[in-house]
Write a protein that binds this ligand. Structure first.
Ligand SMILES: [Zn+2]
Length: 239
């Protein structure tokens, strides 16, 4: 069996047998992996609480036939506020779930790893409402998706835009509407996010529009993934 070291963020964990857990991580060098942490559910486990979802760790793994095995783990970066502030926690949970659904097991992708760790750090540090929309926009762009947000994708009309549909390639006027409704203010905010002008978006956007932009970003992600994100339920009920 081969031994390797890598750093990764824990996306989720589930129970295995009496005392073990399967840990799903997105790693810098090996992409998404699953590894067994043996004895982790025992009180005196040597892993402690270091392998909870959202933990960013350095680890040593044995390459197994089906599942790898975690042999050592240390905290690589400690997030100060992600778990204690429910708002940050919900946003981080959406990020973790979307990374799990956009990536394949064993496909190394440094840009995804950098996106995830960068967004989690920023969210931890600022708790700012633009982090999740910016994360979604970058994730979609890495997936090759950059919606047209300035004019109707069918007729080129710039007035009377009422909806957005990723499967159609962007926003649509009243006549051609499909997908999710979008207000003018949110469309402007979204176009700034997709242009990488996150700071400008924050300066120009009040908190109601920022919240709506955030919800729409989640809906766009769900359109793209063609599935509902479990962790996004709280955003739907809050708005
Ligand atoms: Zn149109």
């Amino acid at each position: 069996m081969a031994l390797y070291r890598d750093q990764g963020v824990v996306l989720r964990t589930h129970k295995l047998g009496e005392a073990d857990r399967i840990i799903t991580l997105f790693t810098a060098g090996h992409g998404r992996i699953r590894a067994v942490a043996k004895g982790i559910r025992r009180t005196k486990s040597r892993f402690g609480a270091r392998l909870e979802p959202m933990s960013w760790v350095n680890g040593q793994f044995y390459e197994g036939r089906n599942l790898d095995i975690v042999t050592q783990v240390e905290t690589a970066h400690r997030f100060e506020h992600l778990r204690t502030d429910p708002e940050r926690l919900h946003r981080a949970a959406v990020m973790l779930e979307s990374i799990e659904h956009t990536t394949q097991e064993g496909g190394p992708d440094r840009s995804i790893f950098n996106l995830l760790t960068g967004a989690l750090r920023e969210l931890d540090r600022t708790g700012n409402h633009s982090v999740l929309p910016a994360f979604v926009a970058k994730l979609l762009m890495l997936e090759g998706i950059q919606p047209q947000v300035d004019e109707c994708v069918h007729c080129g009309r710039t007035e009377g835009i009422t909806s957005i549909n990723l499967h159609q390639g962007g926003v649509l006027c009243r006549e051609h509407r499909s997908g999710q409704p979008i207000s003018d203010e949110v469309r402007v905010a979204l176009s700034l996010v997709f242009a990488g002008e996150v700071r400008k978006m924050l300066e120009q956007t009040d908190s109601r529009v920022a919240d709506e932009t955030e919800l729409l970003a989640i809906q766009l992600l769900e359109q793209h993934l063609e599935r509902r994100l479990k962790s996004a339920g709280v955003f739907r009920t809050a708005l």
